[in-house]
Design a binder for this molecule. Sequence first.
Ligand code: GDG
Length: 473
Amino acid sequence: MSAQLVVASNRGPLSYEEAPDGSLTARRGAGGLVSALGGALHDRADALWIAAALTPDDRRAAEENEGGIMEAAGYRVRLLDIPELEYDMYYNVMSNRFLWFICHYLWDPAHTPSIGEEERQSWHAYEEVNRRFATAICDNTAEGVAVMIQDYHLGLAPAMIRTQRPDLRVGIFWHIPFPDADYLRLMPDRWSRRLLEGMLGADLIGFHTTRWAGNFIRAVVDVLEEQTTRRLVSHQGRRVRVGHYPVGVDVKSLTAGADPEDVRRQKASITDWLGGRKLILRVDRTELSKNIVRGLRAYERVLEKRPDLHGKVSHLALLTPSRSHVPEYRDYLAECKETGREIAKRFQTDSWEPLRVEVADDFPRTLAAYELYDVLVVNPVFDGMNLVAREGPVLNRNQGILVLSRNAGAWSELSPAALGVNPFDVDGTAEAIEAAIDLPEAERAWMSKGVARLARGRAPARWLERQLRDLPS
Ligand code: GDG
């Protein structure tokens, strides 16, 4: 069957690994985009998901299947083989360092970014990989089909597709924040113009919240000097729609990602470790924007101020390894581990482990911890949405309280039933964690029920449908 819906993203839903017997086994791809899109495409036989082959095992999986097409949870997947060096520059230098840092306000403008030869070559690689995706989409897609491009890795692809195939209906969804125009200008002018024009090649541009959509529209006005009317941008004689489409959690596809027996085992292991203490939990990719170190310091402040809580609480930080090819991420992971060790050593006793930082890709353990937490700390510096803030409350069975950064997209919907924090304010975050621990029973019940109800909305399938409905027919 020819695809009626094509989605394209850098990372696909599955990553492959060689088993000891030489066969390939598939496991769930890491990160929030896979959670959102995987939920949306579940059982959509008319859909094709195009992604990059990330590892030699992915390439082998693509080679072993006819036309490079594989089956995932009821939909098809095609992996593109991209030359390794080009991929490295596009992914590790331009996407995950340069653009990610721009969109999450992670540069230090007094010193960085500094554009040198490596960045210039990487921009070129970014253009090339976007072109490869655009060509793969244009070559294999029937007339008039909807093409939904995902995220900042592929910001130039919409305009490239439009040039080759004006018949296709194109959307781009930006899963991360969009910065304000002043910060966007840390990019060379030529690049920021190309990026905005690349995105405006789409018919529809989606963000998780009005905050990021508003920043995008103001950047278009400032940088490109285009006309806008509310949520419509006039660009090259077309009208491009800009909207906000918050994504939520699909419980079925979330829990389908793990064997229930593994989850049960992990629940027993965490319960055993807690020994009746309250669980303060965080779950993140090991990522600078997730603000892990300040979060651990906030917990340290709680223990400093509240000796009465010693031996009564334990903090578990579940960190999934991420982007280890980028030097800043390697350093940050080392800093997270070191901070964790320091805090644990400072307060531990023979019978109490106050803090454990675990670095592993262990989804069953994440699901188990979601069920058990008393307090979930989600304090990113900036975050497009943050799915942990939604998954936790939906799966929690312990009247857990959510402490949430006001700079996470999730805040715009969950704020009525979460404790908000300024992510830069360590003392303020410590106060919120304390407040969450101390909350009287009746309020706990009310808040945990409320946050679960709010977090459950916006199922990924609906999220995608709303965007498809807003594409021109
Ligand atoms: C980007 C945007 C936006 C947890 N442990 C493991 C594991 N997880 C899953 C969680 C969750 C996902 O990872 C993390 O999602 P987030 O949304 O928190 O963060 P990003 O990866 O940065 O996602 C974000 C999202 O896209 C969707 O639009 O919300 O703002 O930055 O689903 O359950 N996954 C695996 N192993 C684990 O141990 N594979």
